[in-house]
Design a protein around this ligand. Structure first.
Ligand code: NDP
Length: 317
């Protein structure tokens, strides 16, 4: 229990900010579905993986640190010995690693129903990825952009064969509102001058929404049975606050005392959008607290979305 329990403002579906991932997926049978969850080594991602597995899905933990992955795997199996769970190595800050992961996954011949683009870094000091791209844009957006593109055929094929809608879920943030005023800094993305760690975090989270919106439009146009949505998980006490020294430590440990969700609540909107029958057919939307929500105008800008798509295609070449 935390402060959110006092504010149970329930929407028509009965879910609120206080609902947990287990609550919003109660009674849903996900057996026969295969899901990939990126950044499943901690926080929202590991809870998402646990709950998807609890509902019967086969879950691939896409993680950069294999030993952490094995620990998460072991703790899920301890609670749920029949969980179908596997760890595969993925560093989203490296385009080579993304390609390797996608190749390995595809060569296994497995189906893919659900892709959860969850991994993220928040507000580190300026840094370039191994591909010389600003780290937050590279990890939070570009790595996921390439991953999604490389897995899209598999998802479409699976949806067609299984006659069951595929779902792509981008874990974004309300922080998309705090992006640089021009939205995306296409012309000086990798310039350390003028770098603002929160502006760059906001930019990467804005990119997550624009990506899912544009992807959704493209999938609709093709008539593919795959949806793409984005969401804000809430303010959740996780390791995300690692770059904030003392305050970050307090936030991760004692978040429940302030207006922060615990991870069980923090993973709920992701699990809701990934599994709930109510979300069937809904695509190109943004969710928060297990309900539809509004983005800012930059995130709803279709031209900006197309421009980001072309820019991202060029960047992953
Ligand atoms: P955590 O720090 O607990 O989890 C982030 C995950 O991302 C970790 O598993 C981390 O792996 C992984 N990750 C980071 N960089 C890479 C990389 N290069 N390659 C692969 N994996 C990587 O934070 P949260 O659970 O809070 O964050 C999950 C998502 O939720 C993020 O996208 C975040 O932006 C979003 N979010 C979170 C909010 C919050 O209040 N917590 C609020 C709004 C949005 P590793 O363990 O190896 O570092």
């Amino acid at each position: 229990k935390n402060m959110w329990s006092l504010f149970r403002r329930k929407a028509s579906n009965g879910f609120s900010a206080a609902s947990t991932a287990e609550e919003v997926t109660e009674g849903i049978d996900a057996s026969g579905l295969t899901a990939i969850v990126t950044g499943a080594s901690s926080g929202i991602g590991s809870e998402t993986a646990r709950v998807l597995a609890l509902r019967g899905a086969a879950v691939v933990l896409a993680i950069r640190n294999m030993s952490l992955g094995k620990q998460v795997e072991a703790s899920i199996l301890k609670e749920n010995p029949s969980a179908q769970i596997e760890t595969m190595e993925l560093d989203l800050g490296s385009l080579a690693s993304v390609k390797k992961f996608a190749t390995e996954f595809k060569s296994s011949g497995r189906p893919l129903n659900i892709l959860i683009n969850n991994a993220g870094v928040m507000a580190p000091p300026f840094q370039l990825s191994e591909d010389q791209i600003e780290l937050q844009f590279a990890t939070n957006h570009l790595g996921h952009f390439l991953l999604t593109n490389l897995l899209l055929d598999t998802m479409k094929k699976t949806a067609q064969q299984a006659k069951r809608e595929g779902r792509i879920v981008n874990v974004s943030s309300e922080a998309h509102r705090a992006s640089y005023h021009e939205g995306i800094r296409f012309d000086r993305l990798n310039d350390p001058k003028g770098y603002q760690r929160w502006g760059a975090y906001g930019q990467s989270k804005l990119a997550n929404i624009l990506h899912s919106n544009e992807l959704s439009a493209r999938l609709k146009e093709e008539g593919a049975d795959v949806t793409a949505n984005s969401l804000h998980p809430g303010l959740v006490a996780t390791n995300l606050f690692r770059h904030f020294g003392f305050f970050g430590g307090i936030a991760s440990r004692f978040g429940g005392l302030v207006m922060m969700k615990n991870v069980q609540q923090g993973a709920s909107t992701t699990c809701y959008v990934a599994l709930h029958p109510e979300v069937k057919g809904i695509s190109g939307e943004y969710f928060s607290d297990n309900n539809l929500a509004k983005t800012n105008s930059n995130a709803a800008d279709k031209d900006l979305g197309r421009k980001l798509w072309d820019f991202s295609m060029e960047s992953v070449k």
